[in-house]
Design a protein around this ligand. Sequence first.
Ligand SMILES: [Zn+2]
Length: 712
Amino acid sequence: MNEPRNRARKVTRKAGPPEATEQQPVFQAPSDAPANGGGNDAPAERDGGNNGNNGGNGRGGRDGGNGNNGNGGNNNRGGNARGGRGGEDRDNNKGNGNGGGSNRNRRRRGRGGNGGGQGGGRRNPMKSMQGADLTKRLPAPSKPAKDTLRIYALGGISEIGRNMTVFEYNGRLLIVDCGVLFPNSDEPGVDLVLPDFGPIENKLDKIDALVVTHGHEDHIGAIPWLLKLRSDIPIYSSKFTNALIKAKTQEHRQRPKLNDVNTDSEVTVGPFRLRFWHVNHSIPECLGVSIKTGAGHVVMTGDVKVDQTPYDGKPTDIPALARLGDEGIDLFMCDSTNATVPGISASEAGIEETLTRLVSNARQRVVIASFASNVARVQMAINAAVSNNRKVAFNGRSMLRNMEIAEKMNLLKAPKGTIIPIEEAAKMAPHKTVLITTGTQGEPMAALSRMSRREHRQITIHDGDTIILSSSLIPGNEEAVFAVINNLAQIGANVITNAEAHVHASGHGYAGELLALYNAARPRNAMPVHGEWRHMRANKELAISTGVKPNNTALAQNGVVVDMHKGNIKVAGQYQVGQLYVDGTTMGDVDPDVLADRTSLASGGVVSITCVVDDSTGRLLEAPQVSTTGYSDDDRDFNKKVVEGVEAVMGDLAAEGENDPFRMVQQIRRKVSRAIEQNYKRQPVILPTVVPMSSDNHIASEDEIASTRESR
Ligand SMILES: [Zn+2]
């Protein structure tokens, strides 16, 4: 029999140690009246080490509406099993890579809750959080006092992607954004990572609205999965974002309740009064959000940059933010993505001129790769083509879909007859067309990758063709992207990236831009969002440098609960929040242990061992059968060694009188694993099976009996 797993089957939460609930919490939940009499001014800052938080994987920005396109999964080269990224740009976020180990972190964290705790009711619990080790779990929050706004993220804080923030006021819920994260290489087979809906699962009927700031995948991608839990949640967003949501939910045969809003809208849903302000990013019609309740005034930026010369002529509306600031902003939640980068990001201005020049210099085919949601950039590419008398063909499913939507909404313009189908472009002289394609992140199934491998059905790249990557390189995709570039270079194509010419600008503001936002908002409290830890910390320092009191900043990773009452914030505890995986068509059915097994399978293969034993004595009735898959193509010598090892283990067990197959399986697994690791430095998955048989029924050959004896 195989060893039964006594592990929880339905664990979908990476971060939440199941055993944590039984442990003495490190911090006591704050009492209503802090012991030091400090009133509600108790600082909400929580500082200290942050090792072991999950997330932090350097996964990239998401492509608006990239949908399932290119979810290459395991087909990816180089073991980098992500697929289908694309997306919104995040420059300069190099050098992260917490990558593996999330599963392990989870377990480690589970043991982290000892010590402390005692006397927590005496001291000010908020003070105790300063300098605390954030890898330790806070207790679950107690029920909020009346008229308290409770704020917690189910994704997007301490990681980049799957943004989802919940606001809870007097029992009613408002959600802002509902995005996905694309899986890391230690999550093989997983298609998407969703925010953890766990903390709101039994409050779905209390949700008054879902507000969506913009149409990137890391803000809208999980909406179909939330709607599967409750289909009639009213959604509020800009017209373009709603169009993308509509297209996405149609793929799931859903018809969500979409409500268009704009910067003039004032919407009251339940106890939440909502207004919107224009922010500039890398996709049309992005909204910042103002949320007023009896607890105070919250303003969110969403993803933002402060480009003073944006392509569409609509910069981030700093005057509007300043007017909200005049009303008084109690809590400002600002994008952290590029907070670590000093100065001001490059403007979109000038990119069109560069593209036009590059197209004009090209004698042959030109391919421009861009994020499929960056309508402004595609417009520039079209203009560059038109001014050089070239036709334009789109390639890539998400590019075609998004540009169709953008064209219908008048956000994309081209002279009649400019845009032609790719089939037509393929028949034309190469110097008469510009192809605009997806695949900037080296997604193996995307058009650009296929062209680079000469596997594209219509288009063949030749020596001397020009390929422009009008995009950033999202950390983690380096291997895939450089493989594409090298393949193109091998063919002889001239590949131009942001390193060679001004063909891209980030959609996320650098530190200097965030400072401008803080100065316009003049918030009382600040809570950095959308970023990994280093980005959040940098963002916090920016807030402090503009006058926000250090004690009025909250670094609240996913699940950490911040309560706001009368404009004061404090950390109130933590919900268990992990990853919700989509694997094929099922949501939430992937156990972290399954992922660990998949990873070992991929790196070490499988060694399966079958032992037939006498059910009364536990002795081997025949030589163990050993076979391997994915271990080595010549495994005869190895198998012989394993057989010898198993025989020795079984001999010892029989001598001890052991005849419980379960314990036999455990021992075989343990000892064989250790021996293989010591002798071969490999860690395959070991699958022992012990078959107990009555020796009376077993007709053993002379050889089998002999071999069993010999082994002892
Ligand atoms: Zn975005």
